[in-house]
Design a binder for this molecule. Structure first.
Ligand code: 3SL
Length: 241
């Protein structure tokens, strides 16, 4: 197995398709997706384009759908919810399909949707992601951070490092044998440095600061909870997890 980490979807090689791809957007899209499925959502369907989301979800019965839209951290007007995982209660989402579009997270899922298996990862379901990789043993694994509008993000790389570190431990491999690129070594080192202070790391992250300005302190606390949910959002058809 070779593991590659890419800090943003734009950095993934356009001519290659991995056996397994994990899209990460710790703050907050993939954390929200995991939480919605854990709370009983029927599925999560992702869109980079808001108009397309509205068009496709129109065909769904109103009581069976919930529309989540976020731009710049804020809820999109007219949508049922923004992108807070804390809004994904069973009362809100159970039995419904979550139609979701966010600034960056949904784009990284779309970027890797041709991989043989595609999933959404976050700190909250790190163990479920690792268990899947260990059981399936794919030849090539990509972990793709969402970043922010094409730029690196601390939180996604730290989460990629958490997954990589756990794989190294379970497989009892030195990092060189698993790492397909230098980013793996960097991500593991970042996670190792901050693993006991993840909330503090979120406060250093530019998107963490943006969310704090939007009074999303509780979201940050929620998003750093490691292995909270044994749920693996895995793609069943393009764009649907
Ligand atoms: O960029 C994204 O996809 C979002 O997760 C950003 S936010 O946390 O909802 O602001």
């Amino acid at each position: 197995m070779k593991l590659f980490i890419y800090h943003t979807p734009e950095l993934t090689p356009s001519s290659e398709v991995p056996d397994c791809a994990i899209a990460i957007d710790v703050l907050r899209a993939t954390t929200t997706m995991v939480t919605a499925l854990a709370a009983g959502a029927e599925a999560v369907q992702v869109f980079s384009d808001l108009d397309k989301l509205i068009h496709v979800s129109e065909a769904w019965p109103t009581e069976k759908r919930i529309r989540a839209g976020e731009r710049g951290g804020a809820k999109v007007a007219g949508f049922d919810m923004g992108n807070s995982p804390l809004d994904c209660t069973p009362e809100q989402v159970q039995g419904r399909r979550l139609f979701i579009s966010t600034t960056n997270g949904t784009r990284s899922l779309e970027r890797v949707q041709k991989a043989a298996s595609v999933m959404a990862g976050a700190f909250v379901n790190r163990r479920a992601v690792v268990n899947y990789i260990l059981s399936e043993q794919p030849e090539t694994v990509w972990i793709v951070g969402s970043g922010w509008e094409g730029s690196y993000s601390l939180e996604d790389t730290a989460c990629a490092g958490a997954i990589a570190q756990s794989l190294l431990k379970e497989l009892q491999l030195p990092v060189d044998q698993l790492a397909g690129n230098d980013e793996v070594v960097g991500a593991v080192t970042l996670f190792d440095q901050w693993k006991d202070r993840l909330l503090e790391l979120m406060h250093h992250a530019s998107h963490g600061k943006r969310l704090l300005r939007l009074d999303c302190d509780e979201d940050l606390k929620y998003c750093v909870q490691m292995d909270l949910l044994d749920v693996l959002p895995i793609q069943r058809e393009p764009g649907v997890l």
